[in-house]
Each structure stands twice: as structure tokens, then as C-alpha cells.
Design a protein around this ligand. Structure first.
Ligand SMILES: [Zn+2]
Ligand SMILES: [Zn+2]
Length: 175
């Protein structure tokens, strides 16, 4: 399934809502890309890692989920992840959906006419297929799975707080 290019959208939102802080010389500070066809548990995520002391981060949007949805859902997911990037790279704050995130989200939602950003990605995922809901014990985000998986940890939290290593504080527990 064809997907729209993300970079023009990124630059547009960067200038509209982030005072161009997320790009330098027209080069994005974070990579932005579509996932492959396997990312079916979340509409998008922000990932950071540290290589030789340098922070490298990227925004990945789910091709299988978002390619079936409208542009406004793609915009909303991209903006959501851009706020994560902005909190991390510009404010340099260790938070997920904390006060800085929420303030920016509300600011954008007030100005934006065509879509709204929410804390949780709401997307009509194929529920029959993904019927198990796991909750991250650290950030509270919910993820959908085909079956219960033991000892799985929230990638976002592991990446944000534990340098990308598995940590029991961000275990995903099932209802
Ligand atoms: Zn988020
Ligand atoms: Zn988490």
C-alpha cells in the first residue's frame, strides 16, 4: 500500500508548532520514517538511543495501521511523536506524557482545525486480531496483542529511561 511522504509534513508542523526547532539547516533533528509491515501494536513511536555519547533519535509511524486511515490520523500521530521529540531533544526533559507534553499538545489542539492530538493513540485497530491489551507499568500506555506475552517491556520506556535495555520497571502486564 502506498504511503504519503512524511518529511514535508514534518517540516510543515515544525514551522507551524515548534518554531523550526526540530530542524537545523532544513535537516530534521530526528529521523522520520514509515515502519515496515510488522509494526501493528502502536500507530507510532519515538525512539532514542545514545551512540558514543551522542543522542540519535527517530520517529517511526506504523505503515500497516496508518496507511488504512485518513490523513488527519497520520497528522495527529506524527504531531504526537514530534512532541515527544521536542520534549526530549529541545527541552531535554525526561518525561513521556508529562506536563510539558500536555501543554504543547493543548496549544496545538487549540490552533489546529483539521485534526486533534490525544495522549493515547486512538485508532481503529483490528480488534478481533489484537484482542489482548497490555499496560505498561511505567507510563500507562496500552498496547494491543494477538496473545499474552510474558516478560515483555514497553519499548518507549526502556528506550527513554534505560538506554534501550529491557527493564522490569516497564513490564507490560495484561488484564
Ligand atoms: Zn506518546
Ligand atoms: Zn511505557
Amino acid at each position: 500500500m502506498p504511503v504519503i511522504p512524511l518529511l514535508p509534513l514534518f517540516h510543515r508542523f515544525n514551522s507551524q508548532y515548534f518554531e523550526n526547532s526540530l530542524a537545523f539547516d532544513n535537516q530534521p533533528l530526528v529521523k522520520v520514517r514509515w515502519s515496515d509491515n510488522r509494526l501493528k501494536t502502536t500507530a507510532g513511536f519515538y525512539k532514542r538511543k545514545r551512540i558514543n555519547g551522542l543522542v540519535d533519535s527517530e520517529i517511526i509511524l506504523s505503515k500497516p495501521i496508518l496507511s488504512k486511515l485518513s490523513t488527519s490520523e497520520i497528522n495527529s500521530t506524527l504531531c504526537h511523536e514530534m512532541i515527544h521529540a521536542w520534549v526530549d531533544r529541545i527541552l531535554k526533559k525526561n518525561e513521556i506524557h508529562g506536563p510539558n507534553f500536555l501543554e504543547k499538545m493543548n496549544q496545538i489542539n487549540e490552533k489546529e482545525k483539521n485534526f486533534q492530538i490525544s495522549v493515547r493513540h486512538s485508532f481503529p485497530i483490528e480488534r478481533r486480531e489484537l484482542k489482548y491489551i497490555g499496560t505498561c507499568q511505567n507510563c500507562g500506555e496500552k498496547f494491543f496483542y494477538r496473545k499474552r506475552i510474558k516478560n515483555i517491556a514497553c519499548k518507549k520506556c526502556c528506550v527513554t529511561f534505560f538506554n534501550g535495555s529491557w527493564n522490569k520497571n516497564c513490564l507490560i502486564l495484561f488484564d
